[in-house]
Design a protein around this ligand. Structure first.
Ligand SMILES: [Zn+2]
Length: 323
């Protein structure tokens, strides 16, 4: 019996030794694929403030030759190719910004709530991953009333996502989208934006605070008129101590397309010429003042610095680092 066991032990040991020499090694399972992205939250400091970029997802919008009104389809595809992106698809990355001023927890824009595409709608999960509960947020600043910025205020069933937050909307933005005459003249996707704004704000309209762009909305956060993308489109300057951050909202979007080619007018800029003027003014200010910038549709973590190159601008993204 003892001999038998010894022989079997020997045989096993020999098999293991043989296995160790081969590849893959016997007895080691392959690691399963995760098939999901990791948490999308990136924290950085601005003076005494703590900021967290919260990733909502990416909307892969099919586009054609009409997407940029003053550039051809091949020109747009060439810009995509130079950024190593496939043709005829505009990747619209969505990243909201959480600002903890020490006395206020402020969320700037709210994501898409999974109501635009299956590949976006992760804002709440990523807030959770960053250790923040939706109920802890006391202030929400809306840059403008497009669906990818306001839909996160409500679930698909109409429940409020941020029960304790005071919501602030720019006055000219509110006035435009809530005007029945404007809605009656709208068609296509713009009509969809009107209906969606009313779906989101219909029953909470009385509680929504309106502000004039230019006002300091929260101590340390000044709103800036950035009209053109929409009639009341608003950017924000966040300031703490001697540090400041320019939150450009939708002034630029994909840097590979619209910082590189700031004069391009995509169909979703409602006043294309004014949007170009705003874009150039804001990018020039960011370059001249060497300001840290954040932008809702920049690649995650959607912050960095802008530099001038040729007739356009490049984003130098912030480097992931410990706080
Ligand atoms: Zn947007």
């Amino acid at each position: 019996m003892v001999t038998h066991l010894t022989r079997r032990t020997l045989l096993t040991a020999t098999a293991l030794a043989a296995g160790a020499a081969a590849w893959p090694r016997a007895g080691f399972a392959a690691a399963p694929l995760a098939n999901a992205q990791g948490p999308g939250a990136y924290r950085y400091r601005l003076g005494a403030f703590e900021l967290t970029a919260i990733y909502d997802g990416t909307w892969f919008l099919p586009i054609d030759g009409t997407f940029v009104t003053n550039a051809s389809g091949p020109e747009v595809n060439e810009a995509l190719a130079s950024a190593f992106l496939p043709p005829d698809i505009m990747p619209i990355s969505i990243t909201a910004l959480l600002v903890n001023t020490g006395s206020k927890l402020v969320l700037i824009d709210t994501g898409s709530a999974g109501q635009i595409t299956d590949t976006a709608g992760f804002l709440n999960a990523n807030l959770g991953a960053a250790g923040v509960k939706a109920a802890d947020i006391d202030t929400i600043l809306i840059s403008h009333c497009h669906a990818d910025h306001i839909n996160g205020l409500k679930t698909k069933d109409g429940a409020q996502v941020f029960p304790n937050a005071q919501v602030f909307v720019p006055e000219p933005e509110w006035t435009f989208w809530m005007d029945d005459g404007n809605q009656s003249r709208a068609t296509g996707s713009v009509l969809g934006y009107f209906r969606n704004a009313r779906r989101i704000f219909g029953d909470i309209g009385k509680e929504v605070q309106r502000f004039m762009p230019g006002e300091e909305v929260v101590p340390g956060i000044v709103s800036l008129p950035a009209y053109g993308h929409t009639p009341g489109h608003t950017a924000f300057a966040v300031q703490s101590g001697n540090q400041s951050l320019l939150v450009m909202s939708d002034t630029v979007r994909n840097p590979e397309l619209f910082a590189r080619n700031p004069d391009w007018q995509p169909i979703f800029d409602m006043d294309g010429a004014l949007a170009v003027k705003t874009r150039r003014t804001m990018l020039d200010r960011a370059v001249a003042d060497r300001m840290l910038v954040a932008a809702y549709h920049f690649p995650f973590p959607a912050c960095g610095h802008m530099v001038k190159r040729g007739t356009g601008y490049d984003l130098v993204p912030s480097m992931w680092r410990p706080l």
